[in-house]
Design a protein around this ligand. Structure first.
Ligand SMILES: Cc1ncc(COP(=O)(O)O)c(C=O)c1O
Length: 385
């Protein structure tokens, strides 16, 4: 049973075992906006917190926040559901719609879709995203790695993915756009083309990272007429990971069904307040994500100078083929620099790196250059493409 998903977020037990203070570590492993949260959000929370605020139950329907989010996306409040992070909503969706059903999951991708579906008694079917292929495990792989399907850059085209959707005829489709961990971003035309291959399915589009791209767009436009479900996280672009906040856009009939199974008060009062303040900070979000796109470019240049071949991306994170991802992760840890070993995505030869402010990126590149110089053997496994 896949109850132990691995994430790029801090593993507090591991940090304790290493004697590391979580605040001292630089997390290139988490795809979070390192410039956030916006100062106004921190102030709003600090100003509001009082004994009575903490003691009072929050609005179990997050009504004010639903109104503000709905207005932003041009949808009525009853087309919005707020959750304790998007992960909470993914599991809610899987439980409401996944039992005994086949869910197509466009892969390699975020593991919570498959985990949620399996825990709900459904059947995940990993279909391949354009630009990737499925490969068999290799002898170096541990049992756990072999249990997870493995992928590599490959020749799957949009047509192949559409054909796979047509023959699978799934009940549910999960697609992450832009995708985590690979960073590709399908255009509205490409996504519509895929949908035509399985238009009878319930499509769930996870847009957790859309606002990190240069040209964000949202499938929210297809929520009402095509019955799509769109997920958006506020823990990434607004950096509210510690508070937990995400939302879902869908036809009001879908929202009602989900509300019936959502635990009451699952979004706390502080998170609701922070969300309301964050929705006024779209300019801050545009400015900081533009800075991060520059930092992605600089980081990739620095890695190429060390002989690596980072994969192209549209977002604040990207993949780097390194040979043995776990080994590189472990060798960077003593420098308090965490990268994401992508074995749990089925990519054991890749690490994922999220851009940070310039001085932290410089520390990372220095450490990589030092490791490359000190320890030549791992270099032979680099995949220069
Ligand atoms: C694609 C994707 N969706 C959803 C989530 C979960 O986000 P949240 O923090 O809002 O639960 C993540 C977190 O890593 C993610 O990568």
């Amino acid at each position: 049973m896949p109850t132990t998903s691995i994430h790029g977020t801090p593993d507090y037990a591991e940090l304790d075992a290493l004697g590391l203070d979580p605040a001292e570590v630089i997390y290139f492993s988490s795809n979070i906006n390192p410039y956030g949260p916006p100062p106004s959000v921190v102030e709003a929370v600090q100003d509001a917190i009082s004994r009575s605020f903490l003691a009072r139950y929050p609005d179990s329907r997050s009504q004010r926040l639903r109104e503000k989010i709905g207005a932003y996306h041009g949808l009525p409040p009853n087309a919005v559901l707020v959750g304790n992070g998007t992960a909470d909503l993914i599991w809610l969706l899987a439980h409401a719609y996944g039992n005994q059903r086949q869910a197509a999951i466009l892969s390699p991708t975020f593991s919570e879709y498959a985990d949620g579906v399996i825990m709900a008694g459904g059947h995940p079917n990993h279909l391949i995203l354009p630009g990737w292929q499925r490969i068999s495990g290799n002898n170096r792989a541990s049992f756990e790695q072999r249990r997870i399907q493995q992928f590599a850059p490959g020749r799957t085209t949009l047509d192949h993915t559409r054909q796979a959707l047509e023959s699978a005829a799934p009940w549910l489709v999960f697609i992450c756009n832009p995708n985590n961990p690979t960073g590709e971003y399908l255009s509205p035309g490409a996504l519509r083309y895929l949908w035509e291959g399985a238009s009878g399915a319930l499509w769930i589009v996870d847009e957790a990272y859309a606002e990190f791209t240069e040209d964000p767009w949202s499938a929210a436009q297809w929520v009402m007429d095509r019955g799509w479900i769109v997920l958006r996280s506020m823990t990434k672009d607004f950096a509210l990971g510690g508070l937990r906040l995400g939302y879902l856009l869908a036809d009001p009939s879908i929202i009602e069904r989900l509300q019936a199974v959502q635990p009451p008060w699952s979004v706390n009062g502080v998170a609701q307040l922070a969300g309301l303040a964050a929705m006024d900070e779209m300019t801050w979000r545009e400015e900081t994500t533009a800075r991060l796109r520059k930092e992605v470019w600089n980081l990739q240049e620095g890695l190429r100078a060390c002989g690596y071949a980072p994969l192209p991306t549209t977002v604040n994170y990207f993949l780097v083929p390194v040979g043995n991802a776990q080994s590189l992760r472990d060798r960077l840890m003593p420098s308090r620099l965490f990268v994401r070993d992508c074995a749990s995505f089925g990519l054991p030869e890749h690490i994922r790196i999220a851009a940070r402010p310039p001085h932290e990126n410089a520390r990372f590149l220095e450490a990589i250059a030092r490791l490359s110089a000190d320890n030549a053997p791992h270099l032979e496994q680099r995949h220069i493409q």
